[in-house]
Design a protein around this ligand. Structure first.
Ligand code: NAD
Length: 786
């Protein structure tokens, strides 16, 4: 009896990790850090400072100098100078340096873990066993890709100078996700850590020197959002890779609009954790511990929205309450605690206020223990009795707060999961594999975990859809974010773009829009005359307006079954399009000659290439089929290329037949529905294609065509909430304008200035680049075994 009682009363004693070495290192640096520019640590006594505090006790760890604009310029300049030789060093040379970085991180892993925990407040158990090992893995993995770059990416080259900005929740891990792939692919970097957690990045800066990273290849500047904004908008940066909040992602999208920069945004989330009645409920509870109570819930992909089937909701809630009573909060350096401190007083207050305000809209709260504001300790929290429109169910709390809702049927679960402006991740809990594999593709998110949550590995792409941003980090798919295709050059103009001396001869043809499988008159009743090269009238075409765009998008939306149709089925229709087009060869050749002023040979080349392009994408329709990543766990991770959904395509002015087909065919092959805004100079060509489309079994709404003023239509379609992505070939002003508009809902764009490539050359006019931009990779993690 006494023995049993003693066991029951036994408490954990404190098991603190030593922070001696970490404090010695901070002391060695006089508790102050400046910038790393061109391989040198630059300090300026007059700089404004930010105090980096230990969130568990409020003590100063180091003062961080805020970089000046001049220092930022110097960092970008150093990166620019260093880039050509870093790229020329070759894959093997870079692999050796990335490998050295991995080894050095491994050598100092305990010290880095402590620094990370001191700076961020996360439990030492997590920084030691998760953050730092994953960061190391990233450098090993990408050392491998550097080595293989020459063979695997021979048709790509480095982008150049990359600006990278990260948040505070996984400071070194986010650094490794950014720096390792960028370096591997031959880019140079200006990196900015979060102002709350810059210390592990400064430690990494020293490792760069030891690993032999040449001066200027990695530059690090410190500071808050202001210098972050300057860095993102810097005119001599070629790409911005940002991880952080959706609001800042939107402001970066706006500030870089029209700058011709490549952009990846890894933003916020409100990920669903879906528990079906046939799930192993105890496993699901443990999954929640790893999902929303890992890293104090300060995780972009935390399963913060529990969706549980009504039959088991009460049972699950009881089990959760029991389990969270056992979670221990305390000193982050204590090796046996589960939750440490939120990153700062500001974040602590934010979570606290958000929960208090949210509860004014209803809901019941259960907290396993008291809130301890002193150490920024916020308890594991469960909120029930709310519906999906409740602010706490929609907004990212970024703390250890789980909100729970119930559903009755599988389709309701999917609907609720997708009822969010975010689309980062989700997990599905069920012992029925058929159910999980049926639901996974229906979830609008970049990552889906089956019977697990928060699994990460360098070999598996991570990233979101919708307002969770665009682009992937990790895996082969993540490397393309740091590469651009080789040798795209402006094509020679093969068509006469301007018609001199239009003649008002009689017009014999009026071409309507093509919407929902029907030829439709313009809503506004306006038409535009189009001309042949000799100035004679070619045809009248409609001048589309907002309503026409809306109708076209609505038709595309109704054609959603195209996206679930098999690749084999789509291929047959695209082959059939080619077959039906080819019977009109002589007619088309004559039309191109008359309209565009090309020679017979040129017209034939354009026509032949158009047929060949249709064949190519019909061929790819059932062959562009993703990958199974080999992450180090008992399971498989499938990287599935999924259609983007509704794609707006703003066509180039060149080679109107070939370019229309070069846009539509890959999009269709990958299962998208399209709304094409044809060339403004030659809109009749796309509209003439309708006769072939109509006889080729293309389902209604899969291809829609609206002609008119290119810029106006482009702006309207990019602003349309139901359009999932836009491809655009246009002038700089139009591109700048649609990039700014896309900031509203962070629509994915693929933009190009007109004449950016030689469309007749299949290496440029048709490539995997088109298929990649017609798809979104979803990584589905499926562990196996007991
Ligand atoms: P934040 O957007 O405020 O800051 C992130 C970084 O951006 C910091 O370095 C900050 O200094 C800098 N910054 C701030 N304003 C800027 C501006 N106008 N221009 C350029 N840079 C600017 O985000 P946070 O509060 O530090 O981090 C939490 C957010 O990050 C959450 O929304 C979370 O979901 C998200 N996050 C996303 C991922 C992902 O992979 N999707 C990963 C981690 C965190």
């Amino acid at each position: 009896m006494t023995l049993l009682k003693s066991f029951k009363d036994l408490d954990y004693s404190e098991a603190l990790e030593s922070d001696k070495e970490a404090h010695e290192w901070l002391k060695l640096n006089d508790h102050r850090f400046g910038q790393l520019i061109n391989g040198k640590f630059i300090s300026n006594k007059k700089s404004k400072l930010i105090a980096s505090l230990n969130p568990s006790n409020g003590k100063l760890l180091a003062n961080i100098e805020i970089a000046s604009s001049e220092q930022l310029d110097l960092a970008v300049e150093a990166a620019r100078k260093a880039q050509p030789s870093w790229e020329l060093l070759g894959g093997h040379g870079r692999a050796k340096i990335l490998y050295a970085l991995a080894r050095l991180l491994q050598k100092h892993s305990r010290l880095i873990s402590v620094l990370e925990t001191l700076d961020n407040g996360k439990p030492i158990r997590e920084s030691r066993d998760i953050d730092i090992p994953l960061a190391i893995r990233h450098f090993y993995y990408h050392a491998g890709w550097a080595q293989l770059q020459g063979k695997e990416f021979s048709s790509y080259q480095s982008i150049g100078v990359v600006a990278q900005i990260v948040p505070w929740n996984f400071p070194l891990l986010m650094l490794s996700w950014k720096i390792a792939p960028a370096l591997a692919m031959g880019n140079t970097i200006v990196f900015k850590a979060a102002e709350q957690t810059p210390i592990s990045a400064m430690f990494f800066a020293y490792l760069c020197e030891q690993a032999g990273v040449p001066p200027g290849v990695v530059n690090m500047i410190n500071g808050d959002g202001n210098i972050g904004a300057e860095l993102a908008a810097h005119k001599d940066v070629d790409k911005v890779a940002f991880t952080g909040s959706t609001a800042v992602g939107q402001s970066i999208r706006k500030s870089t609009a029209g700058q011709g920069k490549k952009l990846t945004l890894e933003l916020g989330g409100k990920s669903a954790f879906i528990v079906f009645e046939d799930a192993d409920l105890d496993a699901a509870v443990e999954g929640l511990v790893d999902s929303i109570w890992f890293n104090q819930g300060e995780v972009c992909c935390a399963g913060s929205r529990l969706l549980v089937q009504a039959e088991v909701a009460e049972d699950l809630h009881l089990r959760i309450k029991e389990r969270i009573k056992q979670l221990r909060l305390g000193s982050p350096l204590d090796k046996s605690i589960d939750l440490g401190s939120l990153v700062s007083k500001t974040q602590f207050n934010r979570v606290n206020e958000m929960v208090k305000d949210g509860l004014k809209h209803g809901g019941e709260i259960y907290q396993a223990c008291d809130i301890e504001s002193e150490g920024n300790l916020y308890p594991p929290t469960l909120i029930t009795n709310i519906d999906s429109s409740h602010p706490l169910a929609q907004e990212e709390i970024f703390g250890p707060v789980l909100v729970s809702m119930t559903f009755r049927t599988q389709s309701e679960a999917v609907e609720l999961a997708n009822n969010s402006r975010y689309g980062l991740a989700a997990s599905i809990w069920s012992e029925n594999i058929n159910r999980t594999m049926d639901v996974a593709p229906k979830i609008k998110a970049g990552v889906v975990w089956i019977n697990c949550h928060n699994q990460f590995d360098a070999s598996c792409g991570f990233g979101g859809v919708k307002e969770s941003g665009f682009g992937r980090e990790g895996g082969k798919e993540g490397l393309y974010e740091y590469l651009k295709p080789n040798g795209l050059k402006s094509s020679k103009k093969t068509t006469a773009l301007i018609t001199k001396n239009p003649k008002n001869n009689a017009i014999d043809r009026t071409l309507k829009f093509y919407i929902g499988g029907k030829q439709v008159r313009p809503d506004g009743g306006h038409s535009i005359a189009t001309f042949n090269v000799d100035g004679s009238h070619a045809a009248f075409v409609g001048a589309g307006n907002r309503k026409d765009v809306r109708n076209a998008v609505s038709a595309a939306s109704k054609a959603s079954s195209w996206s679930t149709q098999s690749g084999h089925g789509r291929a047959q229709i695209i082959y059939f399009l080619a077959e039906n087009l080819s019977v009109r060869e002589s007619e088309w050749i004559q039309r191109l000659i008359t309209l565009c002023g090309v020679s017979k040979k040129q017209a034939k080349a354009e026509f032949d290439e158009s047929i060949s392009r249709l064949f190519s994408y019909a061929a790819w329709a059932d062959k562009y089929d993703g990958a199974v990543h080999s992450a180090p766990y008992r399971g498989i991770t499938m990287a599935l290329p999924e259609p983007i959904g509704i794609l707006a395509q703003i066509a180039p002015e060149e080679l109107p037949l070939l370019t229309s087909i070069s846009l539509i065919a890959p999009a269709l092959a990958m299962g998208n529905r399209v709304v094409l805004i044809p060339s403004e100079r030659f809109p009749s060509v796309a509209l003439e294609l309708v006769q072939t489309i109509e006889t080729s079994d293309v389902p209604a709404g899969v291809i829609n065509i609206v002609s008119g003023n290119k810029r106006e239509l482009a702006e309207q379609i990019v602003g349309h909430a139901e359009v999932d992505g836009t491809w655009c070939w246009a002038d700089q002003e139009t591109i700048a304008s649609i990039e700014a508009i896309s900031a509203i809902d962070l629509k994915r764009l693929w933009v190009h200035e007109d004449n950016d490539r030689d469309w007749l050359n299949p290496d440029q006019g048709e490539s995997l680049e088109f298929l990649r931009n017609a798809t979104e990779v979803k990584n589905i993690w499926t562990p196996y075994g007991d």
